[in-house]
Write a protein that binds this ligand. Structure first.
Ligand code: 5AD
Length: 342
């Protein structure tokens, strides 16, 4: 096992059986997490970066089968934050110590090229020492370029699964795997610090698909990788499917850290949702970012990607003091800086 982890951290490619062993083999996973933690400390020591997550709209034109805010879910009450509300979130976040704001939303036609560009430049003007991350889905390359010129620093667009046939089982026919890949390539070319990512334990996912995800990461070398367990949402076609497991998710976080030693890897909200210690365990398995929720209290419940999504306590920006404590107890330190990739 340690031979395999050394080879991974050295950037080597592994054979299928080697990946298979690392992902599903019966060996001491604590050892894997320990190796991943060693590699994370090499570049980031014990630093944990914080991002203030602002969920700007839950309108979405897409119909991803796993997602609670998919367009055919008529039972979500839809909202869209006004510009002033977004600024108020940033103000509160800045005072709390956040130096990255993540504007995330469904694919909402209201968010025209110009509106988002103006939003980004207004935030960058008010807070020149902060990074702005966008997470607004698939857009024409031109939009990505204009937003980059407006000052956006980073973009998150999870690939969800690197296997085309698997992608097609998780999305309706009008959403294409190829288009997703083109967007990621565009974002990276334009100069964004680019985030990919995938769910662990999504329906139809087998070890083979996870191997494809790992090889995809090796090839594309994203700056950020978001990994969380799939969690069913009661109003989706996958309502009755089991959630992804804690152990498998931590394993994928650790393997991602070994594959991409310099990556920014969040201990995701989904990980914190399936287990009370999920976030800390994620950090100990190689994650180095946490993204507390800065959205206005009144709308937090409506950004319901999956059931029981945590949005209070330490998942909330107001819980930052408690979060700092539990991060410290886990052996790390919350750092109030932009936290760019090294
Ligand atoms: N379970 C876990 N993660 C989900 N996402 C969407 N729906 C679910 C779900 N049911 C994730 C997707 C998306 C991100 C914003 O949330 O990976 O990219």
């Amino acid at each position: 096992m340690t031979d395999l982890t050394d080879r991974l951290a050295a950037g080597e490619e592994l054979f299928d059986d080697e990946w298979r062993f690392l992902i599903e083999g019966y060996y001491d996973k604590q050892l894997l997490f320990y190796r991943a933690d060693e590699v994370r400390r090499r570049y980031y020591e014990t630093d944990v970066y914080i991002r203030g997550l602002i969920e700007i709209s839950n309108y979405c034109r897409n119909d991803c089968l796993y997602c609670g805010i998919r367009r055919s879910n008529a039972d979500v009450s839809r909202y869209r934050l006004a510009e002033e509300e977004i600024f108020a979130c940033c103000k509160q976040g800045y005072e709390l110590g956040f130096r990255t704001f993540v504007l995330q939303g469904g694919e909402d036609a209201y968010h025209t090229t110009e509106r988002v560009a103006e939003l980004v430049s207004a935030i960058k003007e008010k807070y020149p020492d902060c990074a702005v991350t966008l997470s607004l889905g698939e857009r024409p390359r031109r939009d990505y370029e204009i937003w980059y010129q407006a000052g956006a620093d980073r973009y998150l667009l999870r690939h969800e699964t690197a296997s085309r046939s698997h992608y097609e089982k998780l999305h309706p026919p009008e959403q294409s795997h190829q288009r997703r890949m083109e967007c990621l390539r565009d974002l990276k070319q334009i100069g964004y610090q680019t985030g990919a990512g995938f769910m662990v334990g999504s329906p139809f996912q087998k070890t083979e698909e996870l191997i494809t995800d790992m090889r995809f990461l090796q090839e594309v070398q994203p700056h950020m990788v978001g990994i969380g367990p799939f969690i069913p949402h009661h109003d989706t076609p996958f309502a009755g499917e089991p959630a992804g497991s804690l152990e498998r998710t931590l394993t994928m976080v650790a393997l991602t850290r070994l594959t991409l030693p310099k990556a920014l890897i969040p201990a995701t909200t989904a990980l914190g949702t399936i287990h009370p210690q999920g976030r800390e365990l994620g950090l100990k398995a190689g994650a180095n970012v946490v993204m507390p929720n800065l959205s206005p209290m009144a709308v937090r419940g409506q950004y319901s990607l999956y059931d029981n999504k945590a949005c209070t306590g330490q998942e909330a920006a107001e819980g930052l003091a408690a979060l700092k404590e539990s991060v410290a107890l886990a052996g790390y330190r919350v750092v109030e800086s932009r936290g760019d990739a090294v």
